[in-house]
Ligand binder design. Structure first.
Ligand SMILES: C[S@@+](CC[C@H](N)C(=O)[O-])C[C@H]1O[C@@H](n2cnc3c(N)ncnc32)[C@H](O)[C@@H]1O
Length: 303
């Protein structure tokens, strides 16, 4: 893909595209609704013309379960954020926010201050494409960072982050793109920032088994699982954003524990299928389950 088209935002567009596709389904047949996704997706007009069914069918031809995987990740975090907001959380930090529009599409109480953290180029593009009348902009602060080279602690404090306020952090679809050192130092700094407050931390990670035992990262009977595993990683590399860091469950649990977080949930699409898709008649068959990425929630142990 040309650098001129995807200036650092190729993967952010990719996720927004799946949210756009899902938003085209009828209200009682969708699990996520993101009315802003279309602003960020190249070729959004064509996708809208094709509609939900045809677009999902096309994605399925490429990789069954890929669309459902990404939108269930989004829904899982939406539910978490709404739960945290109901429990009086005061700050929400979206790490690697990309074209995430939760700040605007979830009806969060005005007490929740939102910090969107990402590369400055992606943030500039995002801000130039957001509609002028979008809700809740007054509660959003943009914080630019390169996780591989900058301190999240300094950036957040400079942006007005409150160290005594209860906070939820999400790192959605990002850990595979940054170094393991960057993830470790980010977690170290988040732990230091929240040592006197309650913190909830969500992250997704790609299972290292994708390289060692690819079949185990897909449902039983998934066609050409090994080939798909290679294809997906090649596509990411070709778009200029290769998957450089994959993790085992033990590594993630240790990393969280060393930073005073205890893991409370670790899910994949296989777990969320019955929760999200079955109730709307879209149960994903076992041979279409795509579960190479895990969704993890952890709570700070500090208080
Ligand atoms: C797959 S996108 C996910 C975006 C968003 N979380 C979502 O799910 O819609 C990955 C995001 O990570 C950001 N990212 C990747 N490497 C980064 C780095 N070194 N520093 C800061 N952000 C980075 C990208 O700019 C992009 O927005």
């Amino acid at each position: 893909m040309s650098d001129l088209i995807f200036r650092k935002d190729g993967t952010a567009q990719g996720v927004a595209k799946q949210r756009l596709i899902e938003s085209l389904a009828k209200p009682d047949k969708r699990i996520v609704y993101d009315p802003y996704a279309e602003n960020f997706v190249l070729g959004a007009g064509i996708i809208k013309l094709m509609g939900h069914k045809l677009s999902v069918w096309l994605t399925k031809k490429f990789t069954p379960g890929f669309h459902e995987h990404l939108i269930s990740r989004t829904r899982f975090i939406d539910d978490l954020i709404e739960k945290c907001a109901a429990n009086k959380v005061e700050q929400y930090v979206i790490l690697g926010a990309g074209y995430d529009s939760r700040a605007h599409r979830l009806k969060l109480p005005s007490r929740v201050k939102i910090f969107e953290v990402d590369q400055s180029e992606v943030q500039e593009k995002k801000r130039s494409k957001l509609p002028d009348d979008i809700p809740n902009t007054e509660n959003v602060t943009y914080v630019s960072i390169d996780f591989n080279h900058q301190s999240i602690k300094d950036q957040l404090l400079n942006a007005g982050f409150g160290q005594n306020k209860s906070t939820v952090f999400t790192l959605e679809g990002v850990s595979q793109y940054i170094t393991k050192e960057a993830l470790t130092s980010t977690l170290n700094e988040l732990a230091a920032l929240t040592q006197n407050s309650n913190a909830t931390f969500f992250m997704s990670y790609v299972n290292r088994l994708l390289r060692e035992d690819p079949k185990s990262c897909f449902g039983k009977g998934y066609l050409k699982a090994e080939k798909k595993a290679v294809l997906i990683q090649n596509l990411a590399a070709k778009s200029g954003e290769p998957w450089i860091s994959l993790y085992s469950a033990e590594e993630i649990e240790d990393l969280l524990s060393q930073n005073e977080f205890s893991l409370t949930e670790n899910k994949t699409l296989a777990d969320l299928n019955s929760e999200y898709f079955t109730p709307i008649g879209r149960t994903i068959p076992e041979n279409h389950i795509f579960k190479l990425e895990h969704f993890v929630v952890a709570q700070s142990k500090s208080l």
